[in-house]
Write a protein that binds this ligand. Structure first.
Ligand code: NDP
Ligand SMILES: O=C1O[C@H](COP(=O)(O)O)[C@@H](O)[C@H](O)[C@H]1O
Length: 605
């Protein structure tokens, strides 16, 4: 039986012990459950005669459970999954001091969350009038509401300088809300219900007074319940600290939690990032700061660890012994249109490589974490990032797109954008070779390639394996053994897929070979629409799950790899190689790969 559990909606699930990892016990047992709990944690084998009482450590009422025909049935409710909770499964008649003794006092952040009906969640989207808020944040909040993932009592607030009424905010966001293709029923009613929970407050980002006004409105909505407040800073980075100051001083919760999601960019280099962290920490504790990298919320990125750590066929191969190189490729088939002003101050290395691609690399290359808990995973990511060499100028090439006409249509070059200086040398494309100086990855090139205005939109991880030693069939491959190596591809987007390139005999009497794919195409295997990355990350922030958010020491380690290179590039005003809009990017990327005896895997496709 596959143990598929809808993360948020109410359901009653029956677990069949025979299909899961099994455990026999006769005394009280503790289980740490959260939405992320792996099915193996749900494993019980219990004598068929026993009656068990299920109790949660945080006061949630959970129905008693009993066994029927060796099956344990647990009612799962919204509240059950909205907060990580520890459950104790106690054999009937087992009254003991052990149960009490085993419970540790909980730290403030881990205090039992109050019952749903007694608490109220508010999500304040700061910068509500902006592009990201409209495009991603409000739609993700609606999707969570539709899925039953938001608590019973919640309110959404938009905050920005633009003058708007509540109705105008609703009007603005209503055009961006959609229901999933497979869930159209009640869509209109649900949207209306959601919109009625959305409100707006106009204010300055550095005005304590305006945040105090917001606080009053939040209190009104909370109606005396315990208040949990999430602020999403969807604003330019130069005002992050002002907002953190005002929100924490004048609009933070007095009796529940206050968390702040901070959007990238987290600084421009090691110094500015360190300064930003220090400034934020004047007003917020590290565990209140949720630095978001939305690539960590993408389905295939989340699956990377599952693929590697739960499949025996992969983990033993995951080292320099079998892997020749790893490639992280990001391309977009549009330019910086509309965001040129922001982009010119950052460039593609800061916009994509230092965060999205490096985060994926860290997940890919880290050692096995002790557990899947946030701190264990982030500890391993920091270790691998700190084992990386600082990136050198000779291991990087940069490019910038120029105008191009194709099929009677003209595409403007990067510097044709009126918000970009004519003489800008900001890279819109970069390729880099990175190295991890540890025992597992010594000498393996980790190549990155990221660009805007290229021929296609794509994000993928490609793992190229070594040649087969003493290959019996090498004559069949001719001179080019590279073409015969196995390659594992995780296509993050679009058309999520995992495929493995293998060599195969073409059926027939001869001995001719073919390169074929063992292909797991998500749309064919999993017909459900995949949630947007922002949904997963918002839900995690609401639940207090930090695993997919970036800790400050991870950020320091990430900037340490790129800062010297960025300074050199900018100090020397290195001119980028121009490439036509819609092309495959600068040819320098091929020379860089060739220097390490690598061929970009995406060229063959
Ligand atoms: N857009 C995207 O696709 C992505 C964005 N991000 C990050 O998310 C954050 C928000 O992005 P986005 O929505 O595109 O940003 P916007 O430029 O749209 O800014 C958001 C809001 O902030 C206010 N604002 C803009 N400029 C200033 C300024 N100079 N001073 C004070 N307030 C200002 C405006 O609201 P008002 O005038 O009403 O106050 C604006 O509506 C940024 O940090 C960005 O880097 C990250 C990934 C992707
Ligand atoms: O963070 C950013 O990401 C987007 C690409 O995100 P995706 O989820 O659409 O792949 C990129 O366009 C933008 O420049 C960058 O700031």
């Amino acid at each position: 039986m596959a143990t598929q559990i809808s993360p948020c909606s109410s359901s009653s699930t029956t677990f069949s012990p025979s299909s899961l990892n099994q455990e026999t016990f006769s005394s009280a047992k503790f289980f740490n459950f959260s939405r992320k709990s792996s099915p193996s944690k749900w494993a019980f084998k219990i004598s068929p005669k026993n009656q068990f009482e299920l109790k949660s450590s945080n006061g949630y009422p959970l129905n008693a459970v009993s066994l029927h025909d060796g099956k344990l049935s647990i009612p799962i409710t919204n509240s059950f999954f909205n907060f990580p909770i520890i459950l104790r499964l106690i054999p009937a008649g087992f009254t003991n001091a052990l149960v009490g003794a085993a419970e540790k006092p909980l730290a403030k952040e881990h205090l039992p969350p109050p019952k749903q009906s007694e608490s109220h969640l508010t999500v304040t989207v700061v910068g509500a009038s902006g592009d990201l808020a409209k495009k991603k944040i409000f739609p993700a909040l609606f999707a969570l509401f539709y899925e039953g993932c938001l608590p019973q009592n919640f309110t959404i607030f938009g905050y920005a300088r633009t003058k708007m009424t509540d109705d105008e905010l609703r009007e603005m966001i209503s055009s961006t809300l959609t229901c999933r293709i497979d869930k159209r029923e009640n869509c209109g009613d649900k949207m209306e219900e959601f919109l009625q929970r959305c409100f707006y407050h106009s204010g300055q980002y550095s005005s304590e007074e305006h945040f105090a006004e917001l606080d009053l409105k939040l209190k009104q909505k909370e109606g005396g319940k315990v208040s949990n407040r999430l602020f999403y800073l969807s604003i330019p980075p130069n005002i992050f600290v002002d907002v953190a100051h005002c929100a924490s001083g004048r609009a933070s919760s007095k009796n529940g939690w206050t968390r702040v999601i901070v959007e990238k960019p987290f600084g421009r280099d090691s110094e500015s990032s360190g300064e930003l962290t220090r400034s934020l920490k004047k007003y917020l504790d590290e565990d209140q700061i949720f630095r978001i990298d939305h690539y960590l919320g993408k389905e295939l990125v989340e699956n990377l660890s599952v693929l590697r750590f739960s499949n025996l066929v992969f983990e033993p191969l995951w080292s320099r012994n079998y892997i020749r190189n790893v490639q992280f490729i990001f391309s977009e088939d549009f330019g910086t249109e509309g965001r040129g002003g922001y982009f010119d101050n950052y460039g593609i290395i800061r916009d994509i490589m230092q965060n999205h691609l490096l985060q994926i690399l860290a997940l890919f290359a880290m050692e096995t974490p002790v557990t899947l808990d946030a701190e264990d995973v982030r500890n391993e990511k920091v270790k691998v990032l700190r084992s990386m060499r600082q990136l050198k100028l000779e291991d990087v090439i940069v490019g910038q797109y120029k105008g191009h006409s194709k099929g009677g249509k003209s595409y403007l070059g990067y510097t044709d954008d009126p918000t970009v200086p004519n003489n800008s040398v900001t890279p819109t494309f970069a390729a880099a070779a990175l190295f991890i100086d540890n025992a597992r990855w010594d000498g393996v090139p980790f190549l990155m390639k990221a660009g805007k205005a290229l021929h296609t939109r794509r994000a993928e991880i490609r793992v190229q394996f070594r040649h087969v030693p003493g290959n019996l069939y090498k004559r069949n491959f001719g001179m080019d053994l590279d073409k015969a190596t196995n390659e594992l591809v995780l296509r993050v987007q679009p058309d999520e897929a995992i495929y493995l390139k293998i060599n195969n005999k073409i059926p027939g009497l001869g001995m001719r070979f073919d390169r074929s794919d063992l292909n797991l195409l998500y749309s064919a295997r999993y017909p459900k629409e995949i949630p947007d990355a922002y949904e997963r990350l918002l839900l995690d922030a609401i639940e207090g799950e930090r695993r997919l958010f970036i800790r400050s020491d991870e950020l320091d380690a990430a900037w340490a790899i790129f800062t010297p290179l960025l300074k050199e590039l900018e100090g020397k005003k290195i001119s980028p190689e121009l490439y036509p809009y819609g092309s495959r990017g600068p040819v320098g990327a091929h020379y860089l790969a060739a220097k390490y005896d690598v061929r970009w895997g995406d060229l063959a496709e």
